[in-house]
Design a protein around this ligand. Structure first.
Ligand SMILES: Nc1ncnc2c1ncn2[C@@H]1O[C@H](COP(=O)(O)OP(=O)(O)OP(=O)(O)O)[C@@H](O)[C@H]1O
Length: 251
């Protein structure tokens, strides 16, 4: 279960702060599989970073699987992420000098026995169709195959939350469709909660649930509804730019 309440996030740019997200309330049930869509710059990656504990919100509450991230130190968030979250990136983030199998071995829980490690690795490489490619370097694999390795790395220790940021963004359409289907079916089989950022609306259609950022980000809503910036008591009165210092008011 993910619960967000009254969250605001801004970034310091030059001498001022640029408001990016203002989320009154949003929740995701355990095991849901959601495609996050929205225009460039609408805060999709920022939201994933908040949920993964990579960054902290300016204010508000973010609870992920019972972990109240807003109360955590950076070190506690790092630990939370290592144990609870599997991250999948557009560019795979595999170490080029290590084989596919070695890349995955890096993240295996310390408590796993030698036998368990071998059994799980074998099973997962077969599961994603790479049973015979475990000892290949990333450069010897296609981009789609590299992403399959990255998916194993994210899922093998069965973290309850999988966050995927444009996982098919650097693949051709055929590989992209196959990877998205694979990710969805693995998360469904394992009962993992999956949040995937994608620009591809056809791929988003594969998901049981699609959420547009404008449904949760009140800043977008206000900009859409009130382009002149005239309405609302929390406006800065300076031409409709969202004001990070303004009180949090649901648009
Ligand atoms: N560390 C940062 N410092 C300053 N601004 C940032 C930082 N990270 C993100 N931003 C800004 O926040 C806004 C939202 O960025 P984000 O990457 O979350 O959007 P997005 O919806 O994922 O966009 P895209 O679809 O293009 O990847 C952008 O205007 C971006 O420039």
């Amino acid at each position: 279960m993910i619960e967000i309440r009254q969250v605001q996030k801004s970034f310091r740019v030059g001498g001022s702060r640029l408001p990016i997200l203002q989320i009154p309330e949003w929740s995701v049930g355990q095991g849901e599989r959601i495609a996050l869509i929205g225009p460039s710059g609408s805060g999709k990656s920022t939201l994933l970073h908040l949920l993964g504990g990579v960054i902290a919100a300016d204010s508000g509450q973010i609870t992920v699987g019972g972990h109240a991230l807003h109360t955590y130190s950076e070190a506690q968030r790092d630990r939370f992420r290592a144990e609870q979250v599997g991250y999948i990136f557009q560019d795979f983030h595999l170490i080029s000098s290590l084989t596919a199998r070695q890349n995955v071995e890096l993240v295996l829980p310390a408590g796993w026995s030698r036998k368990e490690r071998a059994t799980q690795l074998q099973a997962w490489f077969h599961r994603v169709g790479l049973g015979d490619r475990q000892h290949h370097l990333p450069s010897q694999l296609s981009r789609g195959q590299q992403q399959r390795v990255a998916i194993i790395r994210a899922l093998i220790h069965r973290p309850p939350f999988i966050l995927a940021d444009e996982p098919t963004g650097s693949l051709d359409w055929e590989a992209a469709g196959a990877i998205m289907q694979l990710l969805l079916s693995l998360c469904e089989e394992e009962g993992l909660t999956l949040l995937t950022v994608t620009h591809d609306l056809h791929l988003a259609d594969l998901y049981p649930v699609k959420v547009h950022m404008s449904e949760m980000n009140a800043l977008m809503h206000r900009e859409t509804q009130d382009p002149a910036g005239k309405a609302g008591s929390n406006d800065s009165g300076q031409g409709g730019e969202p004001n990070a210092a303004a009180p949090f008011v649901v648009a």
